[in-house]
Design a protein around this ligand. Structure first.
Ligand code: AHR
Length: 636
């Protein structure tokens, strides 16, 4: 089938169709689909993910590391998440020692001074993990830590996973060979037939008086695809089930940092963990950067997503900016080096570094985003900053598509990144947002969007707002080439979250999808490659739809959204389609707008699938109140 150009007439027709919510509920509603009249293609990259370190998205989230504050940073309360263990008559103290550390990047350590301990009464430290430490039965954990001691008597450490409730050691290893020089020591812990629980701690103890210094403690459960330094299996499976086409990395404020010094400085996030100094993230907590640039790229590889690389563009959240011109040149060079790290062959400087870091094969890269939300740079420097990055990047990489985060005149960006955080009612009103956008301008990346209702994760009203919005994205997917919900992840423990709502919630042991997560998975898993012409008459208030089709797969996909408290009767007319009569109906619905999922009740609202038979060219269907449906119709 030929894909025709988007015409003004059809745009008007579609705009009318989407806006049809103005009419009374319960009238005779006719949705007509001209299956043989494609209007435009659907962007193959429409649905993707946006990510940043917020809400403990990586540390205490996706990144499977169980040990928190691995590098022993202290605040007013002491060494965060680390506590003394003094069994029986043993006696010890701990403090941060700023005079010794395992590397040039980590120049401090934990000094554990033991004045009394023996084999019966051990002393040491314990780590509480990220709001607990998930331990499962019959599971092998890989651990390591950097350590040194002041005397040969302190040559052995005992490492144990201990249940908080029973005090029982669930798994134990002995690490020997400590010397007076820093070295990395590895160990393995294996659990037996225990109950899965997150009420556990990791203990590191000694049986002698003396001093040991510790740094970079680590413990990993099995990870997704068994990747070293990898990700949590449950969260990766949930993300994979959305079949995202791309990952915007690292997006948001995390790229910019509170100050220029605290930006996402990619060069400090690669290489062995011990060589990464870490930095303060703009969301109020320390980022070890153990989840760094290569880990983002590995994540892309694991879920078959293309990276959308966001490069720091010389503006930070406190309003600091780098003046365009010679001062900005090092930042442009850093972006070029970063692109080379991602895409360069092993014969390039940074491609060789990537190979040394364990990934000789270059990654495919098409899109580079210059900055984040630069409309907040009230100095007005973005226009020239973007122009300078554009010139530098296009000179070396002419095929890269460059994304601007605010309107500019210094160069013509290939793509503009638009952000939307609104209530459901606003998305209902604005579902036609891109219907009249000038098709001759840059393409659009809706790099952050969400209906902001519900906490910590969206409620059903938010899912309805999101679904209404997505019908507009699909209908305009000739110009809207990519879209990504934000934020993606939140640890739901008190104090872990900085921004609500977030698509997926979790604690140390469990995870769940919000209604918005399911709505998005339904949309992105049922997307054709073209948008046929369609129209609606007599639709009730807050009814939204989009139609996509795939002539090769011989399917039509109807996305239907009824955000009303009344059922929505429909008569669907399939013109120009040869139907087999079969299909599938997937329904996500709730009894109220405030209904939701939570860590305690993760499956209140989940999609329900049912086979369809007898789908005729005129098909009558009734949508339940407050429902989001995908109708997959088989074609001959
Ligand atoms: O998604 C949360 C924040 O919203 C992002 O960090 C920022 O880009 C936006 O303002």
């Amino acid at each position: 089938m030929n894909v025709k150009r988007f015409t003004g007439a059809v745009a008007a027709l579609l705009a009318f169709a989407a806006a049809a919510g103005a009419q009374a509920q319960g009238t005779h509603t006719v949705l007509t689909i001209h299956a043989d009249q494609p209007v435009h293609s659907v962007s193959p990259t429409l649905y993707g993910l946006m990510t940043e370190e917020i809400n403990h998205a990586y540390e205490g989230g996706l990144y499977a590391e169980l040990v928190s504050n691995e590098s022993f940073h202290a605040d007013w309360s002491g060494v965060r998440d680390w506590y003394l263990v003094q069994n029986g008559n043993s006696s010890a103290s701990m403090d941060v020692d700023t005079t010794t550390g395992p590397s040039a990047a980590i120049t401090h350590s934990l000094k554990l001074t033991v004045t009394r301990a023996d084999a019966g009464d051990r002393a040491g430290v314990l780590n509480t993990g990220y709001w607990g430490m998930a331990v499962r039965p019959q599971t092998t954990y890989q651990g390591s830590l950097w350590a040194k001691a002041d005397s040969p008597a302190m040559s052995a450490l005992r490492i144990s996973l201990v249940s908080n409730q029973t005090g029982t050691r669930l798994a134990t290893a002995t690490v020997s060979g400590l010397t007076t020089a820093w070295q990395k020591l590895s160990f393995t812990l294996r659990t037996g037939q225990i109950e899965a629980s997150s009420a556990n701690t990791l203990h590191v103890t000694v049986a002698h008086a003396g001093t040991v210094w510790l740094s970079e403690a680590s413990l990993f459960p099995p990870t997704y695809d068994n990747r070293a330094n990898g990700n949590r299996v449950d969260l990766m499976k949930m993300l994979g089930a959305m079949h995202p086409a791309f990952l915007r990395l690292p997006g948001g404020n995390y790229l910019e940092g509170n100050s220029i010094k605290e930006r996402f400085n990619w060069q400090k996030t690669i290489g062995p963990r011990v060589d990464r100094p870490g930095h303060e993230s703009p969301w109020g907590y320390w980022s070890s950067d153990h989840f760094g640039l290569l880990e983002f790229l590995d994540w892309c590889e694991d879920l078959h997503m293309q990276p959308v690389l966001a490069v720091y563009a010389g503006y930070s959240l406190n309003g600091e900016h780098v003046t365009p011109g010679p001062n900005l040149e090092p930042y442009v060079q850093s972006a070029l080096d970063e692109i080379e790290y991602v895409t360069g062959g092993t014969d390039t400087k940074w491609g060789a570094v990537r190979a040394e870091d364990g990934h000789p094969a270059p990654f495919q890269l098409k899109y580079v985003e210059v900055g984040n939300e630069d409309e907040f740079d009230h100095s007005g420097s973005y226009n020239d900053r973007f122009g300078q990055f554009f010139k530098g990047i296009k000179a070396k990489y002419p095929d890269l598509q460059l994304i601007a985060t605010a309107p500019v005149t210094s160069a013509r960006p290939d793509v503009i990144d638009d952000h939307f955080y609104v209530r459901a009612a606003k998305f209902f009103d604005d579902a036609t947002h891109y219907d009249k956008t000038d098709r001759s301008g840059p393409k659009i990346f809706v790099g952050e969007w969400a209906t902001r209702e519900g906490t910590p994760t969206p409620n059903f009203d938010a899912a309805l707002g999101d679904a209404a919005w997505m019908t507009g994205l699909e209908r305009n997917s000739d110009i809207v080439i990519m879209a990504s919900y934000a934020p993606l992840l939140t640890n739901v423990n008190p104090g872990a979250m900085q921004w609500a709502p977030d698509l997926i919630g979790y604690d140390a042991l469990h995870s769940y999808g919000s209604p918005s997560y399911y709505a998005q998975a339904m949309f992105s898993n049922h997307i054709g490659n073209e948008v046929p012409a369609s129209s609606v008459e007599g639709a009730g208030a807050r009814f939204f739809y989009s139609i996509t089709g795939n002539a090769t797969d011989k399917r039509l996909y109807l996305k239907l959204v009824n955000a009303s408290s009344d059922a929505q009767p429909l008569e669907v007319k399939f013109d120009g389609a040869s139907l087999t009569g079969t299909g599938e109906l997937i329904t996500l619905s709730a009894k109220s707008t405030q209904a939701t999922n939570s860590i305690e009740e993760p499956r209140n609202i989940v999609p329900v699938e049912k086979p369809l038979h007898g789908v005729a060219n005129t098909w009558r269907h009734e949508m339940p109140a407050y429902s989001i449906q995908v109708v997959e119709v088989d074609l001959r």
